[in-house]
Design a protein around this ligand. Sequence first.
Ligand code: NAP
Length: 489
Amino acid sequence: MDNAIELQPGFIHATLVPILYLVSAVTFIYGIKGLTRVRTARRGNMWGAIAMLLAVVATLIDMGVVDYRWILIGLAVGSAIGAFAAFKVAMTEMPEMVALFNGAGGGASMLVAISFLWLHVIEEPSSVGHTVAFALQTDSAVSTVFGILIGAVTLSGSVVAYLKLQGKISGQPILLPGRHVVNLLLFFGSLGVGAWFVFFTTDHFSIGVAALVVTVLATILGIMLVIPIGGADMPVVISLLNSYSGLAASATGFVLNNNVLIISGALVGASGLILTHIMCVAMNRTLANVLFGGFGMVEQTASGPASDYGTVRSYSAEEAAMVLEAAQSVVFVPGYGLAVAQAQHVVRELADLLESRGATVAYGIHPVAGRMPGHMNVLLAEADVPYEQLLEMDDVNPRFKETDVVIIVGANDVVNPAAEKEPGSPIAGMPVLKVWEAHTTMVIKRSLSPGFAGIKNELFEYDNNIMIFGDAKEVLQGLVSELKQAAAA
Ligand code: NAP
C-alpha cells in the first residue's frame, strides 16, 4: 500500500491507540465543559468535533486501516453532510434534527450489536453448541442485548418524536388504553427473550430469531413510550432520547471493548439525563409525569377555547412607540416567534435606541422558550447582545414589578398566567415569566393564535397589556423608525 503509514503492530495496539483514545476522551470532557457556558459554547463544540476526529482516526489505526485516503474521504463526506445540514436546516427545525441524530445514534448502536452477534456467534462455527454467554463472555453478551434493546427504543422513539415535531402525526399526546401494562409487558418481554437467548439457547437459528424478537419488541416499546407524550413535554422527551442514545453507545462500547465509546456514550447519557432533569424542573414536571401522564394534552380550560377572546387592546407601531418614549426600564421577552421572524438584530437595534434615550434594558430568558434548550441565547448571541443583559427566569421575575414596559416578542406559553392561576390548565405549575406584574406589557405576534401548548393566553385580555399585531421583525422595524422620527422631531 503506497499510501499506508508503516507502524509496528505492537506499538500501535499497546501504546498509540490507547493514548489517542485517552486524549480523545479528555478532549470530549473538555468540550462538554465548554458547552456549559454561552461564551465558551462554540469553542466547546469545536473541541467535541476534534475529539470525535481523534476517536475515528484511532479506531481506523486500531483496525489496521491506516491508509490516510480513507481518513480524508471520511472527513470530506462527513463534513459535507454536516455543513449541508447546518446550512439547510432552519434554526426552528433544530429539535427535529436533534431527534433524527438521536435516532441515528441509537440505530447505529443497535446495528453494531446485531452485526457483532452475527459475526461472532451466528456465523462462527466454533460457537456451535455453546450459549451466547459462553461464546462472547457474559459481560459482552449482556451488553449486546442492551445495545439492541436501548438502540431500538431510541431509534423508533426518535422517529416518532421527529414525526410529531414535523406535524406529520399529531403533536398531541395519544393515550392508548392499557398502555402502561402493554409497555411493561414489552419491556420485560424483551428482557426475558434477551436473557433466554444469552444464557439458554445454543442453536444458531433460535439465537437469530430471539435477537430479531428483542429488536421488534424494543422497536414497538420505543413507539409506545413516545406516542402518549406531546405538547409542551416534547423537549423533555428529545433530551431523554438523547440520553438513551448515549447509553446505547456505551453498551456498544462494552460489546466492542472500546473505551472511548464507553466514555463518550456515558458522557452523552449523563449530560442528557442532567438536561432532562433541568427541563423537568423548568416545566414543573416530574419525569414520571412526562413519561406516563400525557400531560401535554390540551384540555378545555376554565378560560375557554384557545381562539375565544374578549376585549383586547391593539396598538399601531406609532402608538406603541409613544408608550416606549416614556419608559425608563424595558425588558424584552423573546420566544419562538423571534426565531421565526429572525428578528434578533432588530431587537438589538431597538434595545440600543432605548438605551441611548436613557432607559435600562434587559432580556428575560425562559429555559424552554423557542423550540430547543438555549434557543433564545443562541439567537441573541448572533446579534451580539451583551451576555450580562440576559437574565434567567429566577433573576428577572422579581424585577418585573419595577419594570415600565415588557416587550414580548413572539413568546406565548412562557408568559401565560394560566400556568399559575388555572390549576386545570395543561401548563399548570410550569414556572413562567410573570410579565403581567410590570406596568405595561406589549405582545408582538401576528394574531391571537395559541403557542406550542395550544391554549388560550389571558394575558392578551389584561388591562395593562397592548397587542401589536404583525410579523415580529416588521413591527420592531416600525417601532425603531417611529422612535428615530420622534428623536429627530
Ligand atoms: P410559543 O408558545 O410556541 O408561541 C410562539 C408564538 O410566536 C405563537 O403564538 C405565534 O403567534 C408567534 N409567532 C410565530 N411566528 C411569528 C412571527 N413571524 N412574528 C411574530 N410572532 C410570531 O413560544 P414560546 O413562548 O417561546 O414557548 C415555547 C413553547 O414551545 C413552550 O410550550 C415549550 O414547552 C415548547 N417547546 C420548547 C422547546 C425547547 O426546548 N425550548 C422544544 C419544543 C417545544 P402568531 O401565530 O399569532 O404569530
